[in-house]
Design a binder for this molecule. Sequence first.
Ligand SMILES: NC(=O)c1ccc[n+]([C@@H]2O[C@H](COP(=O)([O-])OP(=O)(O)OC[C@H]3O[C@@H](n4cnc5c(N)ncnc54)[C@H](O)[C@@H]3O)[C@@H](O)[C@H]2O)c1
Length: 445
Amino acid sequence: MRIAVIGTGYVGLVAGACFSDTGNQVTCVDIDEKKVARLKKGDPIIYEPGLDSLMTRNIREKRLMFTTDIKSAVKDNEVLFIAVGTPPEEDGSADLSYVIQVAKDIGNNINGYKVVVNKSTVPVGTADLVRETISREIQLRNVSFEFDVISNPEFLKEGSALDDFSKPDRVVLGGSSEKALSIMSELYAPYIRTNNRIHLMDNRSAEVTKYAANAILATKISFMNEMSGLCEKVGADIDFVRTAIGADSRIGNKFLFPGVGYGGSCFPKDVKAIVKTGKDNGLSMDLLNAVEEVNKKQKKILAQKVINYFALKGIPLKGARIAVWGLSFKPKTDDMRAAPSLDVIEVLLSKGCIIDAFDPVAMDNAKRILGNRIGYHDNAYDVLKNAEALIIHTEWNEFRTPDFDRVASLMKRKVIFDGRNLYESNKMKEKGFVYFSIGRPSDEQ
Ligand SMILES: NC(=O)c1ccc[n+]([C@@H]2O[C@H](COP(=O)([O-])OP(=O)(O)OC[C@H]3O[C@@H](n4cnc5c(N)ncnc54)[C@H](O)[C@@H]3O)[C@@H](O)[C@H]2O)c1
């Protein structure tokens, strides 16, 4: 099949590379010339495990191409994926200007039947908007061409995106055209060979499905974080609670880990967007408003723990050196969008702390946001020199079993604030550390 993927970010690039790997002819389009120049050379730009070799192989086989030329991409391909960003506006609604621009470009250049696929996360009604926009452009040209709009939200997770795309839990296809749905089903057939995981529905249900999925995942996170706060207050251990409630098959044991709150490019903006959709339709989304409020507090929880402990011990925060392990919002990605580490660092900087950070892949992106207000180091141990405390934001594998003797010898004070519950509290005590984690008892809490 000949496919164009318009918008070559985390989703578009992964989708384009994966579709090319099953033999399709894929053209990835982006407006960012510098990005396209690097992509053409096989540089994925973003960090996503396995993506560079997948790209290299398919570029070499001439199945994967990159261009800024949207006109040719529309004309030469039958299936056109829209995978541009839908960032949040001030009022929480999704900014659809990029999606609409692509729809206009399609209408301006359409030259035959096309399946236009919304892969971006878009509010309910966007498929209709895209359809109207394309039709209007076609009318202005005084021509007539057929096209269908399919809603095909993406559920991949950064860090395991290739696997998620190639072995999806489900493929959601929203639309009413049998022709378009059958083309889409054929395109996805190689990824769902074991059993048919395609969910066919109307456009609006597909659009809501994506937001509902992210909203329930965000709700699970906020729920567990709220329970963790309670556990800390009453001397209970969230790990026991988590495993015991997870044993109930109605609840399930996945996605129940407490932490530093959700971040990234999806949950925060998608929760805000669905709340706004509710509001626009006269519905107050009380549960999701609460999910957001809990998350706002949780994203600062480590900073609060640091402040409380330093106050208790009479250690001045001003001038205190704080080491940070992990900056990205989760492991195996360099994505810093809405990362909780940023909230914690901002609070501590405002108190006069000196921050030294290490992240295996996200430091370039962090530098773009934080500049030289913090120090960046080449490895996890360098940040610890003379540190009054270590904060762990991201559960990168290399932080799971560090050389604690080395950690202790480098730090000024053996105090760890662990936002991911990487270590066992009693073992940390044995090693002489003052150890704070999330939702578990601590002698110093
Ligand atoms: N990142 C994720 O994990 C993820 C997962 C599922 C769904 N989504 C959704 O997918 C969409 C894309 O997300 P992303 O993280 O890949 O975004 P991104 O910001 O990484 O990439 C968007 C790309 O679109 C390009 N672009 C903007 N306007 C364009 C135009 N007119 N023509 C061509 N290219 C254009 C930008 O230059 C950029 O490279 C969003 O709606 C997001 O919510 C993201």
